[in-house]
Design a protein around this ligand. Structure first.
Ligand code: SDX
Length: 394
């Protein structure tokens, strides 16, 4: 640890933990994983390389990457008994509800990787979670549209396999698109980890009690589901569809300023970034690339989003409050163009973020000084009072 990044003295008193994995420079809109910038990683790596980096601290050699990738591929199939678990859901269940349930149940099927004190079991659980999340996500989609589950293939990359399990049907040959697979991979990289956000902090808190990794990741999925967090990508699309056309953007920007109006600019603002979210910049370019590839360059949603960003970034109210587009502002436009329904957007965020959750969980449980988290509170209730028997209460 070179100590390359420094913090204001007052900061350390608010920090929930220390970590070597991800550093965010919120003021300058910079994001680093193990010292590598997100721009370099998104441009030069695939998702498996970034997974290896987050888990092990270094970019893999060719041999290390091949071994890691084959281990992840090896774990993509789900225990066949889980198909019955899926069939218990209503068809119209939100895919996030299915994912929370299925991942929480994994410890019932894979109890040979739940002992967190065993390094081998920790590694197996980590790889199982990263790989099975993509299979569970694809199955949640298939179940919601009433199509048969598609088993994973061992000859495909992680992202190709996910797109195959999601969109292939048994009745015709599935055409892999290298551009869509690259776009999917880049989206996974950009959502992989993000320091101590709400869902990662949830995973750490759950894991601090010694709970098994599958249960901890299920807790993280539940936290990510909220519209203020991972659910924002779906909320951005709903917002853009509500606005409908560029000429109505000023009306909605005014509504976002009105404290009495519940309308907020979804995909804008961030607890840490007080500058442009570097992931949003990469996704904005990816949006153009994917829509060009799909022949949808004139997608009205992208035009509307670009217009909204342009006007908001010139508006004193948003500039003063340092409200810039975040990772969720453009991701939904790409995912919709790729054929995903809005209900799957946060599921995809969870597939990507699993490696971050697992890496942060692993870092915590492997810390010899780790103790159960026990946040304290400021008590604002009554002082001590005498008891009142029920017949004397009014
Ligand atoms: C993610 O933590 C992470 O790292 C999360 C994440 C990750 O990778 O894990 O980056 C993923 O969750 C991104 C954020 C996705 N959520 C949204 O896009 C939902 C819309 N954004 C807001 O709900 C909000 O910006 C938050 C929740 C992201 C941050 O909320 P804060 O901390 O309350 O924002 P703030 O304190 O910086 O607000 C400053 C001011 C306030 O107004 P004033 O009281 O000063 O007058 O800006 C206002 C806020 O009311 N404000 C907004 C706004 N966000 C903040 N006003 C209108 N629209 C918004 N989106």
């Amino acid at each position: 640890n070179t100590g390359a990044f420094t913090y204001d003295p007052g900061f350390t008193s608010t920090a929930s933990c220390s970590s070597n994995i991800t550093y965010i420079d919120g003021e300058n809109g910079r994001l680093y994983h193990r010292g590598y910038s997100i721009e370099d990683l998104a441009e030069n790596c695939d998702f498996m390389e970034v997974c290896y980096l987050l888990l092990h601290g270094e970019l893999p050699t060719r041999g290390e990457k091949a071994d890691f990738e084959s281990s992840i591929t090896y774990h993509t199939m789900l225990h066949e008994q889980m198909l019955y678990f899926f069939r218990g859901f209503r068809r119209d269940a939100h895919p996030m509800a299915v994912m929370v349930g299925a991942v929480g149940a994994l410890s019932a099927f894979y109890h040979d990787s739940t002992d967190i004190t065993d390094p081998h079991q920790r590694m197996v659980a980590s790889h199982r979670l990263i790989s099975k999340m993509s299979t569970i996500a694809a199955m949640a989609y298939k179940f919601s549209v009433g199509q048969p589950f598609i088993y994973p293939r061992n000859d495909l990359s992680f992202s190709e396999n996910f797109l195959y399990m999601t969109f292939a049907v048994p009745t015709e040959e599935y055409k892999l698109s290298p551009v869509l697979a690259r776009a999917m991979d880049r989206i996974f990289i950009l959502h992989a980890d993000h320091e101590q956000n709400a869902s990662t902090s949830t995973v750490r808190l759950a894991g601090s009690s010694g709970a098994n990794p599958f249960a901890c990741i299920a807790a993280g999925i539940a936290s990510l589901w909220g519209p203020a967090h991972g659910g924002a990508n779906q909320a951005v699309l709903e917002m853009l569809e509500q606005i409908g056309s560029k000429d109505r953007v000023p009306e909605f920007l005014e509504r976002a300023k009105d404290k009495n109006d519940p309308f907020r600019l979804m995909g804008f603002g961030h607890r840490v970034y007080k500058n442009y979210d570097p992931r949003a910049a990469v996704l904005r370019q990816s949006a153009h690339d994917v829509l060009d590839e799909l022949g949808k360059r004139d997608d009205p949603l992208l035009d509307l989003a670009m217009e909204m960003e342009r006007i908001a970034l010139e508006d004193e109210y948003f500039v003063e409050r340092k409200l810039f587009p975040n990772v969720d502002f453009y991701s939904g436009i790409i995912l919709k163009a790729m054929g995903f329904p809005m209900s799957m957007f946060t599921v995809l965020f969870a597939v990507a973020r699993t490696v971050g959750w697992v890496a942060q969980w692993k870092e915590m449980v492997e810390d010899p000084n780790q103790r159960i988290s026990r946040p304290r509170q400021i008590y604002t209730g009554y002082g001590p009072r005498d008891f009142i028997p029920v017949d004397q209460r009014e």
